[in-house]
Ligand binder design. Structure first.
Ligand code: DGT
Ligand code: CA
Ligand code: CA
Length: 590
């Protein structure tokens, strides 16, 4: 049976929730220790953010390549794909009301809240929404603060999720597969991905492709018989729409090569960009379509085999696809003032990577050791790589023990730096910003680092003024240089924190603090518009992957695309600079 990554992740979370509830209530002794619960939750996260379909990996015999999925879980996945269910999972879930699992779909509701809600008589997600609106829950003693937050989720987050938008990195992998399959077909002269994916929007509604061919009908037949197609939605002579078994919808347009430039341009969009272009064309007596640029008076269609020729007819430079949102790129292209955007090949290092060094954090460790990470970084041509594990947990360590653990890791990094000549390893740490803006790592610990990277990992939804004060206080520490995933949004899952951004940006610009564009697939945070605003206030940024395994360093590409959508150039991105300039900015001894 075919299960999508999302469906598998959901099942794993159900098991984790069942374990959690049974543990809390000692319903059955021996079931659900904290490690099992973590293992299921980690596996769910990994699978949900995986850029390959797990079912495909299984078919290819590559289940062992999923990081964070151990042997017993692999056996369970085998059983799931073969039989459609897993006996052990059903056993664990036995005796727990179904509504609890349903409620887990609501972002922000974990097992304990779900259990509480079911005890308060909530019968379904719909019923929950009603009881929130009527304040019935609060009358029954439910926390007013939590109720307010849930109401926000129903208002803002859930509609987004229901719209079925897919994370960019995932859509990208699916698109690559389609391109690899179709480009080898003899009738296909060229194939390109268009729409929001070409513009690198962080979530994508559907995939759009252009194909150049002199034999469109042959291409149409190849498309409908492609592996992974579950349904043909619409099929014409030059247009096809199909559904994939992963749930994605894909639109194809097939045209002859002589108007391919117009086709690329039209279906790249965005709609707002195209609408603005049309008003410019009208003034010049031209009309635009996917078939070409037509002189309205003479009826003559100008050939536009490339996008350059298309934009040239409008007396414009070609705006990079990431800018085509009608946010000033048309004016810039007319005035020959387009920025030279930062590129993947400019990147010289990554400053947010988790290793498996046993630093005993309260958040997750990475999967790989420091040496493995360095090797992958060196393969990417990096000059420096920052290891920024989570800090040792405050609950289980005294401040002195925290410092000792940091010392221990510092010694390892020193040794490693001694043995590698071409790449510099930076001694960083991801430090939690506590709700009042303080840290549980003492300055004696921070002082051992090259610098500290800060992140909010709790109390994400404080009131705006309080959150702003919290961040400002944290950033003021002299050992702190980077604010990681600044808005704390999780795409399709958690709204951004409310913050007075201009205030933060001005402080960062004046105090030499950098803001991060986090390239993790469901973060992509700072978002493009805030990155652009930060730049306009003089802030420098870094792009980092937040990798929890060495191979994820490749996600840098998606972080760079956020920066490009934010109009950022090499000069704005500190970790695109060569070592000396980089080290000077961060005040690192060379
Ligand atoms: P998505 O799929 O929601 O992530 O966003 P897009 O931008 O990929 O939108 P989609 O797939 O509906 O259409 C692809 C492109 O085709 C879009 O960016 C611009 C162009 N396009 C589609 N419909 C229209 C239209 O009605 N007018 C104009 N000017 N362009 C359109
Ligand atoms: Ca689309
Ligand atoms: Ca479309």
């Amino acid at each position: 049976m075919v299960f999508t990554n999302g469906q598998i992740a959901r099942k794993l979370r159900e098991v984790a929730a069942a374990y959690t509830i049974k543990k809390a209530h000692s319903i059955s002794s021996g079931q659900g220790n904290i490690f099992q619960i973590r293992a299921y939750e980690t596996a769910a996260d990994v699978i949900e953010c995986s850029t390959s379909e797990i079912h495909d990996l299984w078919e290819e015999g590559r289940l062992d390549q999923i990081p964070g999925v151990g042997e017993s879980l692999r056996d369970h996945l085998e059983e799931l794909f073969k039989t459609g269910k897993v006996d052990h999972w059903e056993e664990v879930k036995k005796g727990i009301p179904k509504v609890i699992f349903e409620l887990l779909d609501v972002p922000g509701i974990g097992p304990k809240t779900a259990l509480k809600l079911s005890k308060l008589g909530v019968r379904s997600v719909n019923d929950l929404e009603n009881q929130l609106k009527s304040k019935a829950l609060i009358k029954k003693g439910f926390s007013e603060k939590l109720a307010q937050r849930m109401e926000d989720v129903f208002r803002k987050t859930l509609p987004q999720i229901k719209s079925g938008r897919i994370l960019l990195p995932y859509a990208f992998t699916q698109a690559e597969k389609i391109i690899n399959y179709l480009k080898d077909q003899s009738a296909v002269e060229r194939i390109d991905v268009l729409g929001s994916l070409r513009r690198m929007v962080v979530t994508v509604g559907d995939l759009d492709f252009a194909v150049a061919s002199r034999e469109p009908s042959k291409v149409v037949e190849k498309i409908v018989s492609m592996p992974g197609v579950s349904r043909v939605v619409d099929k014409g002579e030059t247009k096809v729409t199909v559904n994939l078994s992963s749930g994605l919808q894909v639109d194809f347009v097939i045209l002859k090569p002589h108007s391919y430039g117009s086709l690329l341009q039209y279906f790249t969009g965005s709609k707002m960009h195209n609408i603005h272009l049309r008003t410019i064309a009208e003034k010049m007596g031209l009309s635009l379509s996917e078939y070409g640029v037509k002189n309205v008076k003479t009826g003559r269609v100008h050939p536009t085999p490339t996008e350059e020729e298309f934009y040239k007819l409008l007396k414009m430079d070609v705006p990079p696809p990431e800018l085509r949102e009608d946010r000033g790129e048309i004016e810039a292209a007319l005035g020959h003032q387009l920025p030279h955007l930062v590129e993947l090949k400019d990147m010289k290092g990554d400053l947010h990577v988790h290793s498996n060094f046993p630093l005993e954090p309260s958040h997750d460790l990475g999967a790989d050791d420091v040496r493995k990470i360095i090797e992958v970084a060196a393969d990417l041509g990096y000059e420096y790589i920052g290891i920024s594990d989570h800090q040792p947990s405050a609950a289980n360590h005294s401040p002195k023990q925290v410092v000792e653990l940091i010392e221990k890791r510092s010694r390892l990094i020193d040794q490693i730096n001694y043995s590698y000549k071409n790449i510099r390893v930076l001694n960083l740490l991801e430090v939690d910003i506590l709700p009042d803006g303080s840290f549980s790592v003492p300055d004696e610990g921070l002082k051992l680092l090259d610098f500290a990277v800060l992140g909010v990992h709790s109390a994400h939804h404080q009131p705006k003024a309080q959150m702003t004060k919290r961040l400002l206080k944290a950033l003021a520490n002299p050992y702190v240089k980077v604010l990681a995933h600044p808005t704390n949004r999780l795409l399709n899952e958690r709204e951004a924190s409310e913050v007075d951004w201009p205030e933060i940006f001005k402080f960062a610009a004046a105090g030499g603090k950098a803001l991060e564009i986090n390239a993790y697939p469901n973060r992509l945070d700072l978002p493009d518009d805030l990155a652009r605003e930060a730049k306009s206030l003089g802030v420098k940024l870094v792009i980092s992957t937040d990798s929890h395994e060495a191979l994820a360093l490749k996600n840098m590409f998606f972080g760079v695309s956020v920066a490009r959508r934010g109009w950022l150039t090499k000069d704005d991105i500190i970790n695109s600079w060569e070592w000396t300039r980089f080290a000077k900015w961060f005040n690192i001894r060379t």
